[in-house]
Design a binder for this molecule. Structure first.
Ligand code: FMN
Length: 182
């Protein structure tokens, strides 16, 4: 059964997870900006992962219509962000961001939240500006969440929460029932 992993990643965190997942599933792994309809032809399972960027998922705008058109038997989705994957809010927002670009009949696919990282020294101008604005906002916020506090504490530095083992549920969900579980 043909599978493919597609990803949207600006700084490599999602790419690292996507390549690991594709390696475990022995299938191709391609960036969303290179995705063409031909890649999806005959694919029974499509796994898409994207980095979360302030209310959008990298690569999803490009990939979603192509995946919807290909209508694979199975879609497995994951986001990679800084927010705590265990929190219901993180999961709800990830599903919402994915599903707003999917036709109704394709909603309800499994959505997983994985944790990435950030290295402020590597951010481009746009992303650095966005983070500076967020930090300015947080400095004036009355009640800070644990995540807010963590963002403030690590601002300007580098954090890395990447843990490839946490991708196991994505791999299991992508394994088709016909005896090819990994
Ligand atoms: C401008 C900007 C906005 C971000 N917004 C969010 C966000 O809304 N939620 C979140 O969990 N992480 C957010 N992040 C963190 C990224 O999702 C995280 O750095 C992730 O590892 C990026 O993956 P990538 O390297 O594959 O692009 C943001 C990072 C930047 C630079």
């Amino acid at each position: 059964m043909k599978k493919i992993v597609i990803y949207g990643s600006h700084y490599g965190a999602t790419k690292a997870y996507a390549e690991y997942i594709a390696g475990r599933l022995s299938c191709p792994c391609i960036p969303a900006d290179k995705l063409k309809a031909e890649h999806l032809k005959g694919c029974a399972a499509v796994i898409f992962g994207g980095g979360v960027y302030a209310g959008s998922i990298a690569g999803w705008k490009k990939a979603a219509p192509l995946i919807a058109k290909a209508a694979p038997e199975k879609i497995v989705l994951f986001v990679c962000g800084l927010a705590d994957p265990a929190k219901e809010k993180t999961q709800r927002e990830a599903r919402m961001l994915f599903e707003k670009r999917l036709p109704e009949q394709m909603r309800g696919a499994p959505v997983f939240c994985l944790r990435g990282g950030i290295d402020y020294a590597k951010l481009n101008f746009k992303h650095r500006t966005m983070m500076a604005m967020l930090i300015k906002f947080l400095k004036h916020k009355k009640e800070l969440s644990e995540e807010d506090r963590q963002l403030l504490a690590t601002y300007g530095g580098k954090v890395d929460f990447i843990d490839l083992a946490t991708a196991a549920p994505v791999i299991n969900a992508a394994a088709l029932p016909e005896g090819d579980a990994v």
